[in-house]
Design a protein around this ligand. Structure first.
Ligand SMILES: Cc1ncc(COP(=O)(O)O)c(C=O)c1O
Length: 363
């Protein structure tokens, strides 16, 4: 079996013991809270990891794009929620074809968006399950909570649509500067989505799933009354931002990048062979310098160009040309999307590959 030391660099490594533990722990948390876990597979985009999640008890997967659902459906995944406001007849025709093969539901936050899908399903004598997205304070997509009843009622009346519930995403938890602020985002996520579900029910419309979730807010959000489903994604691998946010410990991070120091031109600067093609320029959350941590050191990656990762060397540290380092990325999901496959490792040995089958699926 190949040893980690013999791998070419840069290589993205996933520690299987840590990955399996992360999958188990989140599943157990959801089970204890009485919720379904429908992990967002955007983090791994991988059939191997998706199967691990289902085997542990996940109800199905969440994805964003129609093409991601097509890839996962072709690999045998049978229950997918697209938590994204999909628009248009072209996408609707693809969703219709997918609905012949799998259990599919999608998100919407407008009557126009839902109608653009419903028209195609109606013409085919079918109905597409749609969940209404509620904005719980992230202010990206989603209807304002006070508009939920009106929009849900109009969506439910559309031909070709089956109103299937509500969902929200407390992405503002990523800006939380203390564990308390992150937890408050999770409590708010739960309160807002459960209240929207109550109001819609009170207006006479049955509500199926009441869904929320992100990795930082997962724990707090799960404790809210009236919620039925949680959708964290990043927890499978975790990353430096999750450590900073207090969502996990350093030892819960499954993904690292093995890189080689290729230049050490100054006492305060060293360069590794992993740049933005490997790692991405994503900032550290909630805030902080650099584009990744060097494991076992205080120095961080300060600057990335395509093939160069520039380490700002902290006083008292040094990096020798040829030395291998492990980098903890700021954002694991982006790293997955940059690679066809990741190297699965256990106890210092290579066990196989994790295929990123749905990488680059944007349509
Ligand atoms: C709609 C939706 N649900 C769930 C998630 C998962 O959140 P996280 O990556 O924090 O685990 C995301 C992430 O962007 C999302 O957009």
């Amino acid at each position: 079996m190949q040893r980690i030391e013999d791998l070419p660099t840069p290589s993205v490594l996933v520690d299987l013991d840590v990955l399996e533990s992360n999958v188990r722990v989140m599943q157990e948390r959801a089970r204890a809270a009485g919720l379904k876990l429908r992990p967002h597979a955007k983090t791994h985009k991988s059939p191997e990891v998706g199967r691990l999640q289902l085997a542990a008890g996940a109800a199905g997967l969440t994805l964003a794009k129609t093409s991601e659902a097509e890839v996962f459906a072709s690999l045998g995944f049978e229950d997918i929620f697209l938590g994204y406001p999909i628009f248009g007849a072209d996408k609707a025709r693809r969703l219709l074809a997918l609905s012949d093969r799998i259990l599919l539901a999608v998100g919407a936050d407008s009557v126009d968006g839902a109608k653009s899908l419903g028209d195609v399903f109606h013409a085919a004598g079918r109905r597409l399950p749609v969940r209404l997205k509620i904005d719980c304070g992230y202010h990206r997509v989603g209807v304002a909570p006070e508009a939920a009843v009106a929009v849900a009622t109009r969506i439910a009346e559309l031909p070709g649509i089956a109103f299937a519930g509500v969902f929200t995403h407390g992405g503002q938890g990523y800006a939380g500067r203390t564990p308390e602020e992150v937890a408050e985002a999770g409590h708010l996520e739960g309160r807002v989505v459960a209240a929207a579900a109550d109001a819609i029910r009170a207006a006479g419309l049955p509500v199926g799933e009441v869904s929320l979730g992100s990795t930082p807010t997962a724990r707090a959000g799960m404790s809210q009354r009236g919620v039925t489903e949680t959708r964290p994604g990043t927890y499978v691998y975790n990353d430096f931002s999750q450590v900073q946010l207090g969502s996990c410990r350093l030892e819960d991070c499954a993904m690292t990048i093995l890189a080689t120091v290729v230049s050490s031109p100054a006492a305060d600067r060293a360069v590794v062979d992993a740049g933005s093609k490997t790692l991405s320029n994503d900032p550290l959350r909630p805030e902080g310098p650099g584009h990744g941590a060097v494991l076992g050191r205080r120095s961080r990656l300060a600057r990335l160009s395509e093939e160069h990762g520039v380490i700002a060397v902290e006083p008292g540290e040094a990096f020798a040309v040829g030395e291998r380092v492990r980098i903890l990325p700021n954002h694991a999901c982006i790293v997955s999307n940059l690679h066809d496959s990741l190297v699965a490792v256990r106890n210092g040995r290579v066990e196989g590959r994790i295929t990123v089958a749905a990488r680059g699926c944007v349509q």
